[in-house]
Design a protein around this ligand. Structure first.
Ligand code: FES
Length: 106
């Protein structure tokens, strides 16, 4: 399945992501700018903030308490579709998901 990462300048990167991989790890593995992932995916840095397209946001499991709390500490303001990309795990159902990379992350 594929993920479309939308950069702050509007550019898009389409990346093939294996099922089971997080969108944070897929982004850093592909050297995409803008997703930092300082904590390695354990919900303690909030530098992997993305805003998920409405159509796909409903397909994601809701954030657990820790993710909710961390989303209040993101560098860019929290939006309705804000998620930590380390907590978005790829599945076939998410094929074509578009996520906007928050700016700034730090
Ligand atoms: Fe640190 Fe997601 S990588 S919160």
């Amino acid at each position: 399945p594929r993920v479309i990462y939308i950069h702050p300048n509007g550019e898009r990167d389409e990346v093939e992501v294996a099922n089971g991989q997080s969108l944070m790890l897929a982004a850093t593995a592909n050297d995409l700018n803008g997703i930092v992932g300082d904590c390695g995916g354990v919900m303690s840095c909030a530098t992997c903030h993305v805003i998920v397209d409405d159509a796909f946001a409903a397909l994601l499991p809701p954030p657990v308490d820790t993710e909710h709390q961390m989303l209040d500490y993101t560098a860019a303001p929290r939006e309705a579709g804000s998620r930590l990309s380390c907590q978005i795990v790829m599945t076939d159902a998410l094929d074509g998901i578009a996520v906007r990379i928050a700016d700034p992350q730090l």
